[in-house]
Design a protein around this ligand. Structure first.
Ligand code: ATP
Length: 324
């Protein structure tokens, strides 16, 4: 089996005696999309810099792709899209990629085939001859992403990769990330767009003040529960009893004539077919069975709620009141 894409143990970074990364232990597997989340100043960028070998840890160990990030052979297999990329605005898109490709060790033949390929992947096909100074913010972000994946890295760090993109661009970046995953590439994603992280990440870690507060799959973070919304036309006698044997009945709404909805919390996804059968056997019409993904934003706010900012936060929707 391949070495983990990222493996840190008790990683620590101090600036002037203050720990900004404080005992970070993480494992990210090849082909895994890992979301690294936390409020401003949590130590995310410092962690990424240590993983890239740009900042030396004060203590602890870090291995990427089975080796040291200080090793040039390891670095050649890493891709990085920083949030604040300083582009050489006088270069064309192609020149920029050629420059980065050469730094990553690609030869002239590889660059000739790979540059048009990545420009196409990021949605800049046919625009590579234009100077970066004339690109829009979204185009620059796409060019940066092209640079990050150009040398076919095995591990890619993406820092806020869609902050300048419109909704279509965001979907495209999600598709690029999914394609990377299917090719066995690990992606370390840092984004404040939690709904986006929710949709694409296999696992997430929440960090605050340099420490991991919680990490796991979305399901694990929810305590292993899968909420399911069931929409039917009516609730015949006995159906609620049957459903409550298949999952935990959390909420029932029969206020709209001709419509009823039930929220069930399941322990196992494979209870869903039995729920569909129970509805049909009861004689009701089934309109929807919707597994609900846990809401990362609510989890995030809950976890960081003891910050001073959080105690000033107004009441949240869906009954999620901020506890001071
Ligand atoms: N070179 C440095 N010298 C001194 N302090 C630093 C240095 N780099 C970062 N810090 C401090 O470390 C803490 C963590 O910073 P870091 O940039 O890693 O946070 P972050 O989670 O990436 O934040 P953001 O979401 O705002 O980008 C901050 O308090 C920052 O001021």
């Amino acid at each position: 089996m391949d070495a983990p894409a990222i493996e840190t143990h008790d990683l620590r970074k101090e600036y002037r005696g203050r720990a900004v990364v404080d005992g970070l232990t993480l494992v990210v597997q090849p082909g895994e999309v890992f979301g690294f989340l936390g409020p401003n100043g949590a130590g995310k960028s410092t962690t990424v810099k240590m993983l890239l070998g740009l900042v030396l840890p004060t203590a602890g160990t870090v291995r990427v792709l089975g080796g040291s990030p200080a090793n040039p052979a390891v670095r050649a297999r890493l891709g990085f899209l920083p949030e604040q990329f300083r582009f050489q605005t006088w270069m064309t898109g192609q020149e920029f990629l050629r420059f980065h490709g050469r730094l990553a060790g690609l030869n002239a033949g590889e660059l000739r085939t790979r540059i048009p390929e990545v420009l196409e992947v990021v949605g800049l096909g046919g625009r590579g001859h234009e100077v970066l100074g004339g690109y829009s913010k979204g185009m620059l972000q796409r060019a940066g992403l092209a640079g990050a994946i150009l040398a076919r890295p095995q591990l890619v760090f993406l820092d806020e990769p869609t902050s300048a993109l419109d909704p279509i661009g965001r979907v495209e970046v999600r598709e690029i990330i999914e394609r990377l995953r299917s090719q066995g590439v690990a992606v370390f994603l840092n984004s404040h767009l939690l709904s986006e992280v929710e949709q694409v990440c296999d696992r997430v870690a929440f960090v605050k003040a340099g420490r991991v507060l919680r990490q796991g799959t979305m399901r694990e973070l929810m305590g292993g529960v899968l909420p399911l919304d069931v929409r039917v036309d009516t609730l015949p006698p006995g159906l609620l009893d049957t459903l409550s044997r298949l999952g935990e009945l959390r909420h029932t709404d029969t206020n709209t004539p001709g419509r009823a909805s039930v929220e069930l919390w399941l322990q196992r996804e494979d209870a869903i077919p039995a729920i569909a059968r129970a509805v049909l056997d009861s004689g009701a019409q089934l309109y929807a069975l919707t597994p609900r993904r846990p809401d990362l934003e609510t989890m995030f706010l809950d976890l960081i709620e003891d910050t001073p900012e959080a105690s000033r936060r107004p009441q949240l929707q869906n009954g999620q009141a901020a506890r001071a």
